[in-house]
Design a protein around this ligand. Sequence first.
Ligand code: ATP
Length: 247
Amino acid sequence: MTALSVRGLNVVLGGRPVLHDVDLTLEAGDFMGLIGPNGAGKTTLLRSVLGLVRRSSGTVEVEGAPIAKVRQRVGYVPQRHEFAWDFPINVADTVLSGRVRRIGWVRRAGVADYRAVNEALERVGMTDLRHRAVGQLSGGQRQRVLVARALALRPSVLLLDEPFTGLDVPTQELLTDLFTELSGEGRAVLMTTHDLAAAMHTCGRLCLVNRTVLATGPPEKLRDAELWRAAFGIRPGSPLLAALGVA
Ligand SMILES: Nc1ncnc2c1ncn2[C@@H]1O[C@H](COP(=O)(O)OP(=O)(O)OP(=O)(O)O)[C@@H](O)[C@H]1O
């Protein structure tokens, strides 16, 4: 089943076109790496899918329905620095806040909500720290809380914005395993990252973007060195091309 469908997406910011005619499809179970150079429009793409940035034109559907009608089926993990970590709130309540779209602003959280929170905390290995104030967490712990907050919605589609930035290897591995597991469960995962080698290794599909989609497909189908040089400005003969297996 098609989990996420983006068609003819155009975004203009500050009078300048940032995304041009973006088409993107994720099937249930896809784990796709969204990669491109700085300023390519990766974050804007995620945020415009969610409606956090205005789309000039284009449609976004989740499981066949306009996203505005089924927004609660999409979990979003923003970049870590975008979250207000100095807000006086503990880990469990932060994760619970991820369910606001299901709970509503006036209803109180119920058994199903607390169960979803517990399950999400368990999945990211943060159960023991559930009562800790978020301001007292390390960077890796904060990232795990943001992932749990998105998972508490039990989303069909998970959008991740650079979830590995500044994380140590064990935390990166924990999260990589979790994202792979989630896609194995039939969720569609779309993740921006600057770690090209890890994306080649981990993601079932890649989408190379620079203002528009340059190429999509499984990593083994994206072995054209010219494509990578053009997309990222990687110089010919760079060891990075060899590391990516595209030299
Ligand atoms: N609010 C805004 N107003 C005007 N221009 C913006 C705004 N937000 C982003 N842009 C511009 O849109 C372009 C794409 O930015 P975006 O953050 O989406 O890129 P990115 O691929 O996520 O970059 P990075 O890898 O550096 O995080 C950039 O040129 C940026 O300057």
